[in-house]
Design a binder for this molecule. Structure first.
Ligand SMILES: O=c1nc[nH]c2c1ncn2[C@H]1C[C@H](O)[C@@H](COP(=O)(O)OP(=O)(O)OP(=O)(O)O)O1
Ligand SMILES: [Mg+2]
Length: 198
């Protein structure tokens, strides 16, 4: 078993870095890919898995370190799984607020029982840029899309995601609580097992 004391996180999303570092604890130091490059790779894959691997390889190449990538998104039942892998680009790169406004508009006439959705997270870890056997772990989080935003924590679509097991939005959850329940938490629990950190 390889010992990953330092990993580069192949993400330019500060929210992900915070959550993933909190989940990993002190045993692994996550360094941001921002230390090495500000250029974001184009996410050309057709799946979360492909995009996670592509981002991890790119970060390993740029940093010379083993790399962890997170490709995630929101799959809305009524929209046939959209925005899915296009979640970050849903409102053409105009950011989280525009993404959320577009989603609320797309669902404005959809009743509560048809507003089911899941957050998806795929984590990919490569030992080096050409690693032929990336470690892959996925996590899902089932919930519903609210009719209006609620909460100040988290990032992205959190204010619109109703968490049935807590009866509030994921942005209403304290960070510690989100990090025990989320799609990312589930994927990370599997990764920790794979790495012998559990
Ligand atoms: O826990 C979450 N709470 C709320 N929203 C979330 C979450 N997890 C993913 N999301 C949303 C944000 C973004 O719209 C998309 C991820 O897109 P994704 O390409 O994986 O990440 P990103 O572009 O923000 O950063 P990067 O690619 O550099 O890792 O799904
Ligand atoms: Mg991205």
């Amino acid at each position: 078993m390889m010992n990953f004391q330092q990993l580069v996180l192949a993400s330019h999303n500060a929210g992900k870095l915070k959550e993933l570092q909190a989940m990993l604890g002190g045993s692994v130091q996550l360094r941001s890919i921002g230390e090495f490059s500000q250029v974001e790779p184009e996410e050309t894959g057709l799946s979360f898995v492909e995009n996670a691997i592509l981002k991890a390889r790119n970060a390993a190449r740029l940093s010379g370190l083993p790399a962890l990538a997170d490709d995630s998104g929101l799959a809305v039942d009524f929209l046939g799984g959209a925005p899915g892998i296009y979640s970050a680009r849903y409102a053409d790169g105009k950011g989280d607020a525009a993404n959320n406004a577009k989603l609320l508009d797309a669902l404005k006439d959809v009743p509560e029982e048809q507003r089911g959705a899941q957050f998806v997270c795929v984590l990919a870890l490569v030992r080096h840029a050409d690693d032929p056997l990336p470690i892959l772990c996925e996590g899902l989080w089932h919930g519903r899309i609210l009719f209006e935003a609620s909460g100040d924590h988290g990032f992205g679509y959190d204010p619109l995601f109703w968490v049935p097991e807590r009866n509030c939005s994921s942005a209403d959850l304290a960070p510690l609580e989100k990090n025990q329940l989320s799609h990312r938490a589930r994927a990370m629990a599997l990764l920790r097992q794979r790495l012998g950190l559990a």
